[in-house]
Design a protein around this ligand. Structure first.
Ligand code: C2E
Ligand code: CA
Ligand code: CA
Ligand code: CA
Length: 278
């Protein structure tokens, strides 16, 4: 393997060694964590900017580790992706998100739920069938599920990845291009993927209200997406001024700490019931 060539240098770099050990220990604890109930799902509400109401939520995986405290997904998701543990975690999140969402039907029968899907998962030949089975098991109309395609590795436009995306789309669920504007998630994705939504990455959102170039870039992205029939979600909205600027440029949906942090399901339920009663 190519990696073994560099290994004799790596052991002399204490940070590298620490990294590798850290990753290895996370990996070995991940299976147990799932079995022990340390893994759970948080939900962050999404605000429709026209109707000014909560229309859905994003499911975000959480790991409450008994010794380390909260381990952020940015640390263990890449480890899981490289070791095939990602399939188990993804199905766990999907199952919980779909089940929980059905419990919100009484407040809003059209409430939608977004689940993150690593590109790595698109290589699973049975993914669409498994998701179809989950939807059927919980009697969830497919259009209420959004899969946010996250960009840790590039989508292969000619092979299995695209085939899976079309199979998913054919189920009637929605695909969203996550972290739009970063890494591989660019114009090429809009052109090639059967998506119905883009999520503009938070790094392009935070200063739209005070930086002219940032405003122009975000507005142009919204216009481009709309021209192509895509919905636009802005992530990382922390300030009222940002929300106002996004509303003005006709962005469809906003998500961020200003509206709510990711919360446990009972808190989401309270949040939704409160906003629906108003
Ligand atoms: P992402 O999908 O881009 O999710 C947005 C991240 O921004 C989340 O971090 C969220 O908690 C955070 N965030 C939301 N609003 C704000 C805000 O106003 N300000 C700031 N500074 N941050 C905000 P989180 O939960 O730590 O997740 C990090 C990444 O881990 C996600 O980025 C996603 O790529 C990945 N991830 C999380 N859950 C899953 C999962 O179930 N499966 C997969 N494959 N990846 C996941
Ligand atoms: Ca996401
Ligand atoms: Ca991401
Ligand atoms: Ca992001």
């Amino acid at each position: 393997e190519a990696a073994s060539q560099g290994s004799k240098y790596r052991v002399h770099d204490p940070r590298r060694l620490e990294d590798a050990t850290f990753r290895q220990s996370l990996l070995s604890q991940l299976d147990l964590a799932l079995a022990n109930g340390e893994i759970w799902v948080a939900y962050q509400p999404k605000l429709d900017l026209r109707g000014k109401r909560i229309i859905g939520a994003e499911a975000l995986i959480r790991w409450s580790h008994p010794d380390r405290g909260m381990v952020p997904p940015d640390q263990f998701i890449p480890v899981a992706e490289q070791s095939n543990r990602i399939a188990g975690l993804t199905m766990f999140v999907l199952e919980h998100a779909i089940r929980d969402m059905r419990r919100l039907d009484t407040f809003d029968p059209e409430f939608s739920i977004a689940v993150n899907l690593s590109v790595r998962m698109l290589g699973e030949p049975n993914l669409a069938d498994e998701i179809a089975a989950l939807l059927a098991k919980h009697a969830l109309p497919p259009h209420r599920l959004v899969l946010e395609i996250t960009e840790n590795e590039e989508i292969d436009p000619n092979g299995m990845h695209l085939k899976t995306l079309y199979a998913l789309r054919a189920l009637g669920l929605h695909l969203s291009i996550d972290d739009y504007g970063t890494k591989f998630s660019t114009l090429d994705y809009i052109r090639q993927l059967p998506a119905s939504e883009i999520k503009i990455d938070q790094r392009f959102i935070g200063n739209v209200h005070q930086d002219r170039n940032a405003w122009i870039m975000a507005r142009s992205t919204v216009e481009l997406a709309h021209s192509l029939g895509l919905k636009v979600v802005a992530e990382g909205v922390e300030l009222p001024e940002t929300l106002a600027a996004l509303t003005e440029m006709d962005c469809d949906v906003a998500q961020g700490y200003l509206i709510s942090r990711p919360v446990r399901f009972p808190d989401l339920e309270r949040f939704i019931s409160a906003t629906k009663m108003r």
